[in-house]
Structure formats: C-alpha cells, structure tokens
Design a protein around this ligand. Structure first.
Ligand code: ZN
Length: 394
C-alpha cells in the first residue's frame, strides 16, 4: 500500500496489511485457493528452523517472537517457541505452529520476515557487545535503513546487547533515553569545535554527558586538547569519527591522543569511536577505546535464513526431502548445558549423562489467541541475553 499523507509517499505496508495476509508471496494465496476448492484442510505442524547461520556464527539469538505472536494471536493456531532472546543453534526448531493449514498458510512470508531480520540484528549486536566487553556499544545505524524499521532494528540491537540506541522513537520503544553526541553539522554551523562543545555545555541539560566530536577541522591530537582545555573536568568523552581517507592507522591516532591527554593530566577524557566499525576492529581498538557507535554492521546485519517447514500432517510425520519429519522437543541440560533434539512423542526420560536434568527450550506460548507466557520488557530480555552469551565463544 502506498501511504499518502500531506503529499508524501512511503512505500510501506500498514499493520492491517500484515494481519490481513496481504504481505504474502502469491503462491500461498494460490495454494489456499486450490485447497479450498478441493476441500483439503489438514491439521498441520510446521517448524521454523535455520539449517545454517550466516558468517559461520556458531550460535544465534532468536528475537522477533513478540511481533510474530502479535500476528499469530489473531489466528486459530497453537504455538510452541523458544523464549525471546534465547540462544539457538542450527537445525534446532525455534518455533512450531499447529493448526489447520488454510488458517495460517498465507502468513508464512510475514512470520519469517518478523524473525529472520530481528534475529540477525540481535545476534550481530550480541557478538559486538561480547567483543567490546564492558565498553559502551551504541546503535547508530538507523540511518542506513528505511525509517519505518528504526524502532524494530534498534529494539533488537538493544536486546542483543547494545547499551543504547540513537533514535528518539526507538528510545521510547525500549523504555530508555536515547544516546548520542553531536553531529558534524553543529560544528560546521558554529565554525569551531571548541565553540560547539562550549555551546553544548551551556545549552543542554546538565545530566547529559559532554561528548565532543573532534574530527571535523583539525588533527585529532590537537583538537582533543582544545576541547579538553575548554571544558576541563566537565568533558566526559570525545568521539573520533575520523574519515577513512584520513584514518591511516586508527589505533595509533587514538594511542597518540591518549598520550597527549595523560601528559597534561586530562586522562579522565574517554574515547568513543564511530564510522564503519565492524567485528574485526573491536579487539584491535579495545585497548584505547571506551565506547563504540556501531552503524551499518548492526542495522544491516545478515538475516538468519529461517525456513518454515511442515513436519506433520494430521498427526503423521511428513516432511520434504532434506528435513527431519515429526514434531520435536529441544532440550538443554540444566547442569552441563548439553542440548539435544528429540521427537515430541518419545519417552519422557529427561536425565542427562552428567546426571543433570533436561529442560524444554521450546515451550507452549500461544493457544488460539491466548498468551501462555508473559512478554518480558526489553531491559530484562537484554539482561538475560548478556548472561547467556557470557559463556559462549564467537
Ligand atoms: Zn548434562
């Protein structure tokens, strides 16, 4: 649907279009027409799995389930799923939907879209936060994506581990104040980096940390001393957004600026970096950096290629070639963390070889419009993610 508001056009769907099944690949609509004409409507179980993960990621996070449930609560289906923010591995079903096929077939496109992108963003954020450790990781990449997606992208960046988001609306969605420093435009308009940080200090709420951008006009080493001299103790940090054409050895620039600050007893000034930061940069820069503004790497994270596959028709295991048929349980040992996939109808013996007990990761979440678990707030999901990612390697 094309929106026309005040003469503007946005090429985006309405939430109603999604709920009405209009965001569907047409072949599902055609399949539905045929099944109706032939009066075929089996009870189907279909699972969502990723047979592989992007960039050889050993694990990934499942996010977007809240939005998927927002859609599925309107359908006559039962759903089992992993909790929002769960770590999962390739070949593990992360969600299973059960219902009459005609009731949900046109929603496959939308359901996959809701979890594939969200999970990619949160996983990428989790990886970068893990690499950065205690250092701040801020989501700065909304500008690389369609603005209608900004809250979705930044919410998933946040639950994956980012410490903050830059877009005002995204802050509302996650329930935290947005984070940011100053744009080059402010410095260009004012004609001086020092004047810009002085005005920032004068005009803005004292509770906001004073962070100066220092790559606009002069060499970073001299500009960092200029702004630190101007604000003294009140200067919290400086941001290096050094353009690629001037970067040379970024680590050495940061190291040199640190040396000059320490020499003048201005060592309290922290260093933030931004501009095309990717996973490989973080371990290299960690020794001289206190915070990262991450743009495209997170907002344009690889999507996770979940597929929705039928595994059971009218109670009988049936799946296409290359897929394991039958409804499944995903179990984790509460002591040694070993995981296994077992048939749903198998024996209920749930003791691990280590002596620990297995627990179900895939749990009932929705029954014909009724939620069976509570939806957690983003801050809680993020805390649980940080905890569970701690013990994993990249
Ligand atoms: Zn065990």
């Amino acid at each position: 649907m094309i929106h026309r508001r005040g003469g503007l056009m946005f090429l985006t769907a309405d939430p109603e279009d999604i709920l009405e099944g209009k965001i569907t690949d047409v072949y599902f609509e055609r399949a539905l027409k045929i099944l109706k004409a032939k009066n075929i409507n089996p009870v189907v179980k279909a699972e969502f799995i990723a047979k592989s993960l992007p960039d050889d990621w050993p694990w990934a996070l499942l996010t977007g389930t809240g939005e998927a449930m927002e859609l599925m609560k309107h359908l006559k289906v039962k759903v089992r799923a992993m909790r929002e923010g769960s770590v999962f591995y390739s070949y593990e079903p992360v969600m299973e939907i059960e219902g009459r096929y005609q009731d949900f077939c046109v929603y496959e496109t939308a359901l996959l879209g809701l979890i594939c992108q969200a999970s990619g963003v949160s996983t990428q954020a989790a990886r970068m936060k893990k690499l950065a450790g205690e250092r701040l990781v801020m989501s700065f990449g909304a500008r690389r994506m369609h603005p209608i997606l900004a809250p979705m992208i930044e919410r998933n960046a946040y639950v994956g581990g980012c410490d903050g988001v830059s877009v005002v609306k995204s802050g509302e969605v996650i329930g935290e104040d947005p984070m940011g420093t100053m744009p080059h435009a402010l410095i260009l308009c004012m004609g001086s980096t020092v004047e810009a940080i002085k005005a920032y200090d004068e005009v803005l709420d004292p509770k906001l940390k004073r962070v100066a951008l220092i790559d606009t006009f002069l060499d970073e080493k001299f500009e960092v001393l200029n702004v630190a001299g101007a604000l003294g103790e009140r200067l919290f940090a400086v941001r290096f957004d050094t353009p690629g054409s001037r970067r040379g050895n970024f680590y050495r620039i940061l190291e040199e600026a640190r040396w000059e600050l320490e020499l003048r007893r201005l060592g309290h000034v922290k260093f933030f970096v931004s501009g095309g930061i990717n996973e490989e940069d973080i371990p290299l820069l960690n020794p001289v950096v206190h915070g990262y503004g991450i743009g495209t790497s997170i907002s344009n994270a690889p999507v996770i290629d979940f597929a929705m596959d039928i595994v059971e028709i009218d109670g009988k295991p049936l799946a296409k070639r290359g897929k394991w048929s039958g409804s499944k349980r995903v179990l984790v040992c509460l002591r040694c963390r070993k995981r296994k996939i077992v048939p749903s109808n198998g024996a209920d013996k749930t003791a691990c070889s280590c002596g620990g007990m297995f627990s179900d990761v895939l749990i009932p979440v929705l029954d014909n419009g009724r939620y069976l678990i509570e939806q957690e707030i983003p801050t809680r999901i993020r805390e649980a993610v940080l905890q569970s990612v701690k013990e994993l390697s990249l």
